[in-house]
Design a protein around this ligand. Structure first.
Ligand code: FE2
Length: 465
């Protein structure tokens, strides 16, 4: 464990919500109410994702890429026991004997079905018992506690984010699972009236902005610290690339033309036999997709989903463009030139709600491109948070001054050229695990995640003035 300086106020971040929890007098009770609400929301979702399947389905491996859902369930409880009950709470814990079985670093996903796993009933009881103790720890906690795990209620936020991240992974397992639909949700809102008339791209002026955070109490180690980054002027797609636009790439022979692909991308595409996004299938003259057990026509106005980084990169080249860098993405999403500071979310510092972003599995698909005008960034770009994770061109690397917290395996062991950064969160990401600074990462071949992308291009000197 490191002595991360989470309590330091960055001189470059002046937002009221960027104050440290210690500095926010009287806010302690609110912090812990938020923490409890986040933990409870995560648990309702976890149970909804597991209660809908029988024991056999919960213990089955629906894809080699994924754990059995029963593993995720008990792993959620085990991490909560480890970090919240034992480390932060100083308690003996319930089942230290489970640590090895549910350690993601000990057993790769493909091998997890062979472990001596808890049955679904045992796992349900276990996570409930851990939660009981976790809430006792929360009752006695003080967000002003200087201990790094407890300061600002960090450990509660971390554990809630961890559960929600697994819930999104479990949702991806549901998507890979064959069989009748078991998950249900209302349709996302229709595109607003102005969607069709939106400019294709928005201009983000060149200059410095504040990237990352030193003060967001629940930000994870890889989002820290805040630092100034100079980003030259660039143009960014106003909305994510749609299924309709992506279809044009397919129909134009994009998957048959090596010049649009990086060398590694082409080699992978050939080896894996890629011809379209995952879950798409040609039916006669048109395309359909499978989505949580339903087969349906491709929704041409929705952001494209289930493409790997290599496909996103090839599309961008075909379109005469490129993927945005991670710092470009964050500047477009957070930098408010009028206020001269970075916002917590594209629309400001207020928490997400259902008028601003498609998050939290409220819908089981992205909303049409151009939706959520109330969630637009100062740059004018829409849907930067929610709907689909967005691939960036950047490798996952530490910010200057990075310090691993609370354990190296959270981020540090993943830094390097093997992983590409994704930003913004999907319809399957919860608001506790998404913000303007939040960084996700994955291999460039991954397609089962809820990822799409948008494209960018350099601005000319004349354009940026
Ligand atoms: Fe985990």
């Amino acid at each position: 464990m490191t002595s991360q300086t989470r309590a330091e106020q960055s001189p470059t971040e002046q937002s009221p919500t960027e104050q440290t929890p210690v500095a926010r007098a009287g806010a302690e009770a609110t912090d812990l109410r938020l923490a409890r609400a986040a933990l409870e929301r995560a648990r309702r979702r976890t149970l909804a994702l597991t209660d809908c399947l029988d024991d056999e389905q919960l213990m089955a491996q629906h894809s080699k890429l994924m754990s059995p859902l029963g593993w995720d369930l008990a792993h959620i409880g085990n991490q909560e026991e480890l970090w919240l009950v034992r480390e932060a709470g100083g308690r003996a814990g319930l089942r230290p004997d489970l640590d090895r079985i549910y350690d993601a670093f000990v057993t790769p996903r493909a091998d997890r079905p062979a472990l001596p796993l808890l049955s679904p009933d045992e796992a349900q009881r276990y996570v409930a018992q851990v939660r009981e103790q976790a809430l006792e720890v929360l009752e006695g906690a003080d967000p002003a506690d200087p201990a790094p795990l407890l300061n600002g209620g960090f450990v509660f936020g971390m554990v809630a984010q961890h559960e929600q991240q697994h819930d999104e992974t479990m949702l991806a397992t549901h998507q890979l699972r064959r069989g009748e639909p078991v998950l249900h949700a209302p349709e996302p809102p229709a595109a607003p009236a102005d969607a069709a008339g939106l400019p294709r791209e928005v201009l983000v002026d060149g200059g410095e902005f504040t990237m990352g955070t030193s003060t967001d109490p629940w930000a994870l180690d890889n989002e820290r610290p805040a630092h100034r980054v100079h980003v030259p002027g660039f143009w960014l797609d106003t909305v994510p690339v749609t299924c309709g636009a992506y279809l044009e790439f397919i129909e134009d022979g994009g998957y048959r033309e090596p010049r649009w692909w990086s060398q590694e991308g082409w080699a992978y595409k050939e080896k894996a036999g890629l011809e379209a996004p995952l879950f798409w299938r040609r039916e006669g003259a048109s395309w359909v997709r499978r989505r949580f057990g339903h087969t349906e026509p491709i929704p041409v106005d929705q952001p494209v989903l289930h493409v790997c980084w290599y496909e996103a990169d090839a599309y961008a080249r075909w379109a005469g463009r490129r993927l945005p860098t991670e710092s470009e993405w964050e500047k477009a999403a957070r930098h408010d030139p009028a206020a001269g500071r970075s916002l917590r979310h594209p629309w400001g510092d207020d928490a997400p709600d259902d008028t601003r972003a498609n998050l939290g599995q409220r819908h089981l698909q992205p909303a049409p491109a151009g939706a959520y005008p109330a969630g637009a960034a100062p740059s004018g770009a829409r849907q930067l948070l929610g709907d689909v994770w967005e691939w960036t061109s950047s490798d996952f690397t530490p910010y200057p001054g990075f310090a691993a917290f609370p354990y190296r395996e959270y981020s540090e062991v993943f830094f390097g050229p093997d992983y590409k950064v994704l930003r913004g969160g999907s319809f399957g990401a919860d608001q506790v695990a998404v913000r303007g600074t939040f960084r996700n990462w994955d291999y460039p071949i991954r397609r089962q995640i809820f990822a799409g992308f948008r494209t960018a291009r350099d601005a000319s000197v004349a354009e940026v003035g």
